[in-house]
Write a protein that binds this ligand. Structure first.
Ligand SMILES: *[C@@H]1O[C@H](CO)[C@@H](O)[C@H](O)[C@H]1NC(C)=O
Length: 239
């Protein structure tokens, strides 16, 4: 079933086109804009597992916002101490702090294709990211999972956590969803959202994910290998 036809070339960062017009080899690697995928979905939506499969099959680098914050804290830097204090005071880590960590991870990587997982959670996160990075993500994956299923998965994953009963998990999920929904709607309107029905086995879910990244891979290869200028005629169908 052809769910949507997308002009994938329009998903490329605009400056990538200008790189193509330059003499080959003159542009330092770092000037090639990275390909950024936001990975959205609630706790228990299975997005972590799918990210691992995308890394394995398509060579993306996985950047989890939670891991970046935890790593910064354990690095004993001044910034890490500030983050830890913020969390200890029960406050939310400011968006710009998380975005700067994401930016540093992208810039210090040799890779040029990334999954950003667990960010943005809110419209304010999204706006801060786009302001600091100066670009939108190229595509956005959304792992859409029924609330009952997510509650079940979180409960079985977090066995032993005192505050984890059905009602508190459900409440946390509801708060998460109400904050995250505007972000999902925003990228849906931009035509950048790929919705994955996150039920079934890991492999079944990955069969929805695979064609998207297969198309992205062909596109990126084409842009790396060729000097073709009629890029707007390259229409990719993502099943
Ligand atoms: C984040 O923004 C606040 C308020 O504008 C500013 O004080 C702080 O230095 C910024 N932090 C970073 C890491 O950019």
């Amino acid at each position: 079933m052809w769910r949507r036809a997308t002009l994938l070339s329009s998903l490329l960062p605009s400056s990538k086109a200008s790189v193509l017009n330059q003499e080959k080899g003159r542009i330092p690697k770092k000037e090639k804009p990275p390909f950024i995928t936001f990975v959205l979905g609630g706790p228990g939506s299975g997005k972590g597992t799918q990210c691992a499969k995308i890394v394995e099959n398509f060579g993306f680098t996985h950047l989890s916002a939670g891991d970046l914050l935890r790593n910064e804290i354990s690095s004993n830097s001044e910034n890490g101490a500030m983050i830890l204090d913020t969390i200890r005071e029960g406050k939310i880590v400011p968006s710009n702090v998380t975005v700067k960590l994401i930016q540093r991870a992208i810039e210090s990587s040799d890779n040029d294709k990334f999954l950003i997982d667990g960010f943005p959670r809110t419209e304010e996160n999204r706006r801060t990211y786009e302001r600091i990075i100066g670009a939108e993500p190229n595509i956005v994956l959304f792992f859409d999972c029924p609330e009952d299923e997510m509650v079940k998965r979180v409960l079985s994953r977090n066995q032993g956590r005192v505050d984890d009963n059905k009602d508190t998990v459900r409440k946390r999920l509801e708060v998460f969803t109400s904050l995250n929904l505007p972000v999902i709607n925003y990228y849906s309107q931009k035509g950048k959202l790929y919705k994955i029905r996150a039920v079934g086995t890991e492999d079944e879910i990955f069969e929805q994910v695979r064609p998207i990244f297969a198309a992205v891979e062909s596109l990126l290869k084409l842009y790396d290998d060729s000097t073709r200028s009629n890029k707007d005629l390259l229409i990719f169908k993502v099943p």
